[in-house]
Each structure stands twice: as structure tokens, then as C-alpha cells.
Design a protein around this ligand. Sequence first.
Ligand SMILES: [Zn+2]
Ligand SMILES: [Zn+2]
Length: 337
Amino acid sequence: MYNSTITEYEDNESQKLTQPETENDKNSIFDQPPKNAPAEQPLIWRNIIGILVLHVIAVYLFVTRYHEAKFWTWIFQIAYGFLTGMGITAGAHRFWAHRSYSAKLPLKIMLTCFYCMAGQTHLTKWIRVHRTHHRYADTSADPHNSNRGFFFSHVGWLMMKHHPAVKKYGKNVNMSDIAADPVIRFFDKYYPPIMLSLSFVIPSLIPVYVWNETWIISIGATIIRYVYILNGTFSVNSFAHLWGTRPYNRNHKAAENRMVAFISAGEGWHNYHHSFPWDYKAAELGLYRLNMTTAFIDFMGWLGLAYNLKSPNSEMIDRFCAKNDIDLLETDSKVDI
Ligand SMILES: [Zn+2]
Ligand SMILES: [Zn+2]
């Protein structure tokens, strides 16, 4: 749409820009992790109890009390949830982890605030996990290895220490750009107070003090939003690695999954995303309907806050499919969004 800000690439060289190789990395070409090696992974009880309690509260309050919420509480939490989602998808994922576009400082700060509203973890840690996932997808070195089933790849992986292979091979992932970024350094340093304020305290206070919502509904709505965003993020690692079509690379478990695209604002076109992780659209085809994150980034581009939006041209995608033994006539299975 805003062609002046989109950079079309014709070859895969640009992929190297997003994930620069380290010396360690070059030496590790022949040392690949096993698909699913058994290993001791002690449970993290604090996470197990925390995740369980939050889910029970969210489901209970959603079913029994949320219908009592005032109109503006619904609107507020949906809008807050949308911005939170953009912090994960347009921010941590497409901007920070994959460098699929460039952002001016105000947008960087805004995305990092939105990211903290999700309350998931320090930004550096999120990016490291995601880059490791891409580099070693569906092996023991993948933090949420989908070969271990739905539950593990969805949430189980957060309930135990990482597999030893994640630590071993994770060292090959280059994080130098993240370590050097002053915005990330600031937000990581003050993460606990920023996260608690933006994710829980402020969104619980606003409905009570601005339009007289009850405390129980306001706090409940905050927890429900938190749990929804959590599961939207998790579903990309579970559903979209287990179910869907594989029109770009049939050798990769990541799949095109329309339901995940809907609940995660456009992150469900996952067979494509693992083929071209540096495409800012994280999808080849279609409109904004099932990719609100692309709409958001394009809007930021229109405002002049995002630029150099990277995307491969269609010949490059066709060449990639042919190389991976995909008959171009078969690509009808690409879901047009
Ligand atoms: Zn994936
Ligand atoms: Zn990714």
C-alpha cells in the first residue's frame, strides 16, 4: 500500500541481515540438535501454580461475572488488549526478534510499552527464546519443541526448566543487536515495576475511577485480558506447529492456520513465516482482515514512524517453493486472507 516504505528483496541475502551469524554459529553447522532427546527438566512450581491460578480466575470470572461489566469496560479491555497484542506481534516479534522493518525512536518506545502491557517476560528473554525457536524449530533445542505434543508446546514448556539442548545450542543465537539497544536495556532494567503498572495496576484502576466499574469486574477483566493474550501467543507455538496447510515448505512443521491468524492478529501464517521470517507481513497473501499486525505496521509506515518494511518479491517466493519441492500448481492450498 505505502510502497515508498516497502523494500522488496529478490534473494535470501536479506535473511542474513535479520539473524547475523556468530563465529560459534559457523562452526556448528554440522552439530545439529536431535529432534526429541529425553532429558531431565525440573519443574518450576511457581510457574505451574501461577499459570493455573490465573487461568482458573479468568475462566470463572468470564463465565460468572463478565456479563455484568459496563459497556466501557468491554471497549477499554478490547482496545487495551489490541495494543498489548501489537506489543507482542509488531514489537517483540516482527520488529525486535526478526528486524523485519525499521522504527523511529517514538515507535520503538511505544512498542516496548505495549509489550510490557502483556506481562510475559523481559524483552531480551522473549527475543532469545524466539530466535532460538526459529533457528532450531521442532528439535530438542527449540524451547517449545512441538514434537513433544500440544500441551508442552502451548504452555508446558514454561512449567519446567529448559531442555539442556536449548542452553547448549542457544549460544549460537546472535543477540548482540539487542544487547546494544538502549531502549531494551532501559525497559529490561526497570521491567518489574513497568510491567506491573502497565499490565495490571493501571488497567484495573482506570475503569473503577473513570466510569465507576466495580473492583471485582475491573480486576477480573484485567486478568481475563492477560490470559487471552497469553493464549493467543501460545497458540502460535502449538496449534500453528501442529495443524494447518504447508504450501511453502512441506518439510517444516509450521503450518498456515486461519484460526491462529485470527486470535493472534496475523501470526498464524506460520509455514510462510518460518520460510521468510524477515517479511514484515509474516504472510504472503491477502488483506488486513486476518493480519491486523500488518495493518498496524503499514499505518505506522504511513505516519512515517516505520520504514524499510522488508518483503520478498513473488519470484523469490516461487523459487523458494520450487526448491522445497512444492509444485506451484499445488499452492492453491495457500489460504487467501
Ligand atoms: Zn514457529
Ligand atoms: Zn518468528
